[in-house]
Design a protein. Sequence first.
Length: 154
Amino acid sequence: MPSDLEAREERRRAIVAIVQRERVGSQQVLAAKLAARGHAATQSSISRDLRDLGVAKVAGRYLLPGALGAEPADALADLAHFLIDVRTAGPHLALVLTTTGAAQTVAIALDRAGWPELVGTVAGDDTIFVATRNAKDQRRIVERLRRALQERVA
């Protein structure tokens, strides 16, 4: 009988396999697919597993990290269609508005983009606060995001 740690790792491998091969839009569906593979899991366990695996919900389905592009910059370009507006908020913050439910996914892409101007992000459902070191860095981030927004609209 596998230990709790071994069972968790097996369950996580199964989650990765399922999400790679199938369109899964809810934790309930994922739980059923896991159960069919012999992995009993609670909603809270699945939620923790998805978070720890870096799985994001985009456009109603779960996606693994890297599924939106090989490079972080590619992932941000792939997510530009979720952007609605970019605004400044004081000398060190930018406010990014996204479509409903996309803020966390876009914030993850921003955090992984490796932009030196970016200190970090805080995301809600459709709003992201982007922290920068100074006003100059804020302008650079806002310019990059507005370019992505303009390219999406064009």
